[in-house]
Write a protein that binds this ligand. Structure first.
Ligand code: ATP
Length: 320
């Protein structure tokens, strides 16, 4: 797998004010990569640098093997960008908008109509293709803007807050389309979002930023293992049972056992703190040997939100 983006010690200033401080990360071909962080962290600035709209103060960037600061046009010919505010002509229809931008972005004349029709279909806009974009709802405009960004079959797509300001239903639709269309077209995607559940659903790996710098990069599993080691395993028994707690605690990989009830009496529910999921079968067989009849054995899910707030909290403690 090759890296579509390679960023090494990237630093950028707006005049005297530093906006990015030593960012290093890579994005692999075909993945959806999330760029997450609070307002003003530097996500949009990073996207602009990756597209060659700004020049780094120091550090290097390679996008599709090119240097965006010197080869910006070549980079932009192979990438698509959805900015926070969709750039569309309100007085043109959806189809006219797409035909116009298809011409601008160099889609060959004989392919334009077919490409536009396919995208209108993919984004569920065929029935409204000949209505003015100005009459569209915010969600429809966003879908049209996404279709626009994908006209020239970009190898790499930058999506800056693609669901900002949309209602939950429109957001879910846009998310589904992103997942589906990028999968079909095999694109690499860089997604900036504040919505952690959105990133968790769409991203293979994420970079989590604090203002100006990167706090961590990895998949949710990797970050969870690194930042929140150990896992909670919820156990529910079919009927109360006397548990041999010392024996359970002594199992390799078991870090602790909690029970809400009197530990001396029979238990019906307990929480076992384990090193990782490989310990679950051992806990199950130990409990069964103690005569327990298992009803439910469920490792608690660590969410991207858990990881994100853990990182931001640690960063604040370092700053304090
Ligand atoms: P948001 O989530 O609010 O969009 P962001 O993570 O995308 O934020 P940026 O827009 O990249 O953050 O901004 C990073 C920092 O750079 C902020 O402090 C911002 O005020 C500053 N900044 C952004 N654009 C400019 C500009 N054109 N001139 C000067 N400073 C800027």
């Amino acid at each position: 797998m090759f890296n579509v983006i390679e960023v090494d010690r990237l630093t950028h200033y707006y005049g005297p004010r530093q906006s990015l401080d030593g960012l290093t990360f890579e994005v692999r071909q075909g993945e959806v990569f999330g760029l997450l962080g609070p307002n003003g962290a530097g996500k949009t600035t990073t996207i602009r640098l990756l597209n060659g709209l700004f020049t780094p103060t120091s550090g290097t960037i390679r996008v599709l093997g090119l240097d965006p600061a010197r080869q910006g046009e070549q980079v932009r010919a192979r990438t698509g960008v959805l900015t926070e505010t969709p750039a569309l002509y309100e007085r043109l229809t959806a189809r006219q908008n797409l035909m116009f931008f298809a011409t601008l972005s160099g889609v060959p004349a004989r392919e334009r109509a077919e490409r536009v029709n396919w995208l209108l279909e993919q984004f569920d806009l065929t029935a409204r293709a000949d209505d003015l974009a100005g009459a569209f709802s915010k969600g429809m405009k966003q879908r049209l803007a996404l279709a626009r960004a994908m006209l020239h079959r970009p190898e790499l797509l930058f999506l800056d807050e693609p669901t900002a300001g949309l209602d939950p239903e429109a957001s879910a639709q846009v998310r589904d389309w992103i997942a589906e269309v990028t999968r079909q077209e095999g694109m690499t995607v860089v997604l900036c979002t504040h919505i952690l559940s959105e990133a968790e659903r769409l991203c293979d790996r994420v970079a989590i930023m604090a203002p100006r710098r990167l706090l961590a990069v990895g998949s949710l599993d990797e970050l969870a293992q690194r930042l929140l080691p150990g896992q909670r395993l919820q156990v529910e028994l079919y009927e109360p049972c006397s548990i041999d707690f010392p024996r359970l605690r002594a199992l390799p990989g078991v870090l602790g056992v909690e029970t809400g009830a009197n530990p001396a009496g029979p238990a019906r529910e307990l929480v076992v703190q384990i090193k990782d999921a490989s310990i679950v079968p051992d806990v199950a067989s130990a409990l069964m040997q103690m005569g327990a009849r298992l009803l439910r054995l469920q490792p608690e899910h660590v969410s991207l939100e858990d990881v994100y707030f853990k990182l931001q909290q640690s960063a604040e403690e370092v700053r304090a």
